[in-house]
Design a protein around this ligand. Structure first.
Ligand SMILES: NC(=O)c1ccc[n+]([C@@H]2O[C@H](COP(=O)([O-])OP(=O)(O)OC[C@H]3O[C@@H](n4cnc5c(N)ncnc54)[C@H](OP(=O)(O)O)[C@@H]3O)[C@@H](O)[C@H]2O)c1
Length: 368
């Protein structure tokens, strides 16, 4: 496979350039994911050496943007990135490293998660130690916290920026009103604005467009989609009528065997799509488009995201070096406007009230 040159895009209005593909590291480390039971080993996870090889491969392809979280395997993913950085000190200043906080890190301590000042101050120090770095480029809240006053959270985040321990702030997993509230609160206090929103966005998750994409467009916030391949369901590797049965072969098969093993709510099982005609029609369309571009279905899924407004960098998930090579080559797939339109139609979902009526009436008004 030819080695792709990854293009750069601006991160929000920061002037910082990040590659349009970002390396996700949720697959680094083999046990738990901020869960109490750390004895649970999931398939599709990498040990330290494999994780370092994936980082090497990503950087060799020109990637400069890495996403992690304190909770990924309870600090293990950050630790692996840190031990890799120690081997490559010359790379640190060239990389944009993003991490997150919110998910409890120690279930014996009720204050080891959330977005309180108490936790933020501790979490920054812990992430810096694990990552073996003096600063975090992009520090992201992993989720909205209903217990903490958003003003308290943003005061504390502004403070960690002022110390230089964090360069930019981003958020993840929020609703439209929550995102706008964060933006307005930062404006009210004159704090540096958030630069990115990390949310699930893919051809099987278009709800993101109803509010979040619009806020990002209006406020010039970079959208960083996660689960571009819907945990494997947008790769074309699953066949209609063939239930994946080997739980060691893929995450989807592992969850299929026992849905209670699902470690985050968006990780699908095969059964959810097994009898969904619309899903199989979408996959067929993706296969046809992939064939025209001499590409893979996974590449088409990522290439579609790269064409969406406000998307700055798609966060890749890869279990193997071959999967990473496949996903990196998606930058070579330039979908036509007609292909994007067709994929939009095939993946379209009806907008519930009030989104649907607002959309329809505005389109009507534009035609008048
Ligand atoms: N902010 C958040 O709450 C949040 C949540 C989730 C993820 N994330 C970030 O987003 C990153 C990506 O998320 P994700 O892992 O859910 O992404 P994804 O792209 O939807 O799924 C990745 C999985 O799909 C399979 N796969 C990947 N490339 C493939 C290919 N070319 N061909 C066939 N199968 C392929 C692999 O699983 P199998 O081989 O096991 O099938 C891989 O582990 C994470 O690492 C993390 O950094 C953030």
């Amino acid at each position: 496979m030819s080695s792709p040159k990854l293009p750069y895009r601006f991160l929000g209005t920061t002037g910082v350039k990040v590659t349009s593909l970002c390396l996700g590291t949720m697959t680094f480390g083999q046990a738990g994911i901020g869960l109490q039971d750390k004895s649970v080993i999931r398939p599709g996870q990498s040990n330290e050496q494999e994780s370092h090889e994936i980082l090497d491969q990503f950087v060799a392809a020109g990637g400069n943007f890495i996403d992690t979280a304190d909770a990924y395997q309870s600090g293990v993913a950050e630790t692996y990135i840190g031990s890799w950085l120690v081997k490559h000190p010359e790379l640190r200043k060239k990389l944009i490293i993003a991490t997150k906080l919110f998910i409890p890190m120690d279930y014996s301590d009720p204050n080891s998660g959330g977005l309180s000042r108490h936790h933020i101050m501790q979490a920054v120090e812990d992430s810096l130690k694990r990552l073996k770095t003096d600063y975090i480029d992009l520090y992201q809240t992993h989720m909205w916290d209903f217990a903490t006053d958003i003003e308290d959270t943003l005061h504390a985040l502004n403070d960690v920026v002022r110390t230089g321990k964090v360069h930019y702030i981003g958020v993840s997993n929020v609703t439209g009103w929550q995102l706008q509230k964060i933006v307005e609160t930062n404006k009210k206090f004159g704090y540096p604005q958030i630069v990115s929103l990390q949310v699930q966005y893919n051809l099987l998750c278009r709800e993101t467009e109803w509010e979040l994409v619009q806020v990002c467009q209006r406020e010039k916030i970079s959208l960083l989609p996660w689960s571009a391949l819907k945990g494997g369901m947008l790769t074309g590797k699953y066949k209609r009528g063939t239930v994946p049965t080997d739980p060691t072969s893929s995450r989807v098969a592992w969850v299929e065997e026992d849905p209670s093993k699902r470690w985050f709510e968006s990780q699908p099982s095969y059964s959810e799509y097994a009898n969904d005609d619309k899903y199989w029609a979408l996959i067929d369309t993706m296969k046809e488009i992939a064939k025209k571009h001499n590409a893979t279905v996974a590449q088409v899924a990522i290439a579609w995201l790269l064409k969406q407004p406000t998307v700055t960098s798609v966060i890749l998930g890869a279990r193997t070096k071959q999967q990473l090579a496949d996903n990196l080559a998606s930058v070579n797939v330039n979908l036509t406007d007609e292909e994007v339109k067709l994929l939009n139609e095939k993946s379209d979902i009806p907008m519930p009230y009030p989104y649907g009526v607002i959309d329809r009436m505005n389109k009507f008004l534009q035609r008048c």
